[in-house]
Design a protein around this ligand. Structure first.
Ligand code: FBP
Length: 322
C-alpha cells in the first residue's frame, strides 16, 4: 500500500531538480544542467521514507555515479517502491532555454514499471477517447483516420508531434500525405506525450522513435491520464542486442501497451516545469523566493493535481503576490 503523502513527497523531489536545472537555463551546458538536476533529485530523495530502487535512471551502475539502475534510494524505512527518473528531460531544451524541459519521476509498487533498456522505442501516444482504436503496426494514414474519428474531427484538424530527426523523414511524409498537421519538436517526447493526453492542448498524437525510458515514463503518465501509449523497441547499435538480452527481452517485434510498460496498481507520476511548457510554467526566480509548477498524479486514488508553489524566503517582510 502506497502511503497517501508519498505523491507530495515526490513533488518536493522533482521541484528541487527543476529549480537547480533552471538556474543553469541557457548556459549551453547540457551536461552541467543534467548533473545539477541529478544531484538535486538524488539528494532530496534521501529524505523520503521509502525503500526505493531505481529501475529507470541515468544508466547502468558503471556509467552513472548517481541514480543508476539498481541503486537504492530513500531512507530505507517505508514501502518498497520501484522508481523511474528523468531529472532533466530535455537537456538541450534547458541548455538553450527552449520550451518543454521538465524534471520527472514515476513510482509504483515493486514490479510496477517495466525495466526497459536504454535504447530507442517506436512510439504512438494518443488521448483517452482514441484508446484501443489505433495500432502502431498499421499504416500512418489508417491510424490518423481512426484518431480523427475518435476525436470527432477531420484528419486535417489533427496536430501530430514528431521529434525533428532525419530518421523521421518517411513518417513526416506519410503524415503530410494523410493531410494532418505536424509540430516538429527539437526534444522532449515525454512532455509532448503528456500534453497529448490532456484535451485542449491543441495536440493530438505523438508518433516516431524516441528513448525507451521516456516511453515507460510516458506510460506511467498515461495510466493517470487515461491516455494510451504503444511502443516497440528499436535496435540501432550492436550493443543494443546485448542490453535487451540482459533484460530478458527476446521478442523484438513485441508491441508494448500502456499496461505492459507501467503495470503497477499504484502508479505515481510527478513532473515539474523547468522551462516554459504548454502544461507547466517554467521555474521563476524573484527577489523573495522561487515559484514552481508541478503536475502530480496517482492511479489510487485517481487524482491529477497541478501544484503552483511559492518557495518564499524565510523573512517576515516577504510579500506574496498572486
Ligand atoms: P535528454 O533529455 O536525455 O536529452 O532526452 C531528450 C529526448 O528528446 C527525449 O525526449 C527523446 O525520447 C530522446 O531525447 C530522443 O533521442 P535522440 O535525441 O537520440 O533522438
Amino acid at each position: 500500500m502506497i502511503p497517501a503523502d508519498l505523491p507530495l513527497e515526490f513533488v518536493r523531489v522533482v521541484e528541487r531538480a527543476a529549480i537547480e536545472a533552471a538556474r543553469t537555463m541557457g548556459r549551453g551546458d547540457r551536461k552541467g544542467s543534467d548533473h545539477v538536476a541529478v544531484e538535486a533529485m538524488r539528494h532530496e530523495m534521501e529524505t523520503v521514507d521509502i525503500d526505493g530502487t531505481i529501475v529507470i535512471g541515468e544508466g547502468e551502475r558503471d556509467e552513472a555515479p548517481m541514480l543508476y539502475i539498481g541503486e537504492k534510494v530513500g531512507t530505507g524505512s517505508g514501502p518498497g517502491v520501484d522508481i523511474a527518473v528523468d531529472p532533466l528531460e530535455g537537456t538541450n531544451l534547458c541548455a538553450t532555454g527552449a520550451a518543454g524541459a521538465i524534471a520527472v519521476l514515476a513510482a509504483a509498487e515493486r514490479g510496477g514499471l517495466l525495466h526497459a533498456p536504454d535504447i530507442y522505442m517506436d512510439k504512438l501516444v494518443v488521448p483517452g477517447p482514441a484508446r484501443g482504436q489505433l495500432d502502431i503496426s498499421a499504416p500512418v494514414a489508417d491510424n490518423l483516420k481512426a484518431l480523427a474519428r475518435a476525436l470527432n474531427r477531420d484528419v486535417e484538424d489533427l496536430v501530430v508531434i514528431v521529434l525533428d530527426r532525419p530518421r523521421h523523414e518517411q513518417l513526416v511524409a506519410d503524415i503530410r500525405q494523410a493531410g494532418a498537421r505536424i509540430r516538429l519538436i527539437g526534444d522532449g517526447d515525454l512532455s509532448a506525450g503528456i500534453s497529448v493526453a490532456v484535451l485542449g492542448t491543441g495536440v493530438h498524437a505523438v508518433m516516431g522513435t524516441g528513448g525507451a525510458p521516456e516511453g515507460v515514463l510516458t506510460a506511467a503518465a498515461m495510466r493517470c491520464l487515461n491516455g494510451e501509449i504503444q511502443g516497440r523497441l528499436v535496435m540501432t547499435r550492436p550493443a543494443d542486442a546485448e542490453r535487451m538480452r540482459k533484460m530478458g527481452i527476446s521478442d523484438l517485434e513485441r508491441v508494448y501497451r500502456t499496461e505492459d510498460l507501467a503495470p503497477g496498481k499504484g502508479v505515481i507520476f510527478a513532473a515539474a516545469g523547468i522551462t516554459e511548457g504548454p502544461l507547466l510554467k517554467a521555474v521563476r526566480f524573484f527577489r523573495d523566493g522561487i515559484r514552481t509548477e508541478c503536475l502530480v498524479m496517482t492511479t489510487e486514488p485517481h487524482q491529477v493535481r497541478f501544484i503552483d508553489t511559492i518557495h518564499a524566503e524565510d523573512n517576515p517582510d516577504v510579500v506574496i503576490r498572486f
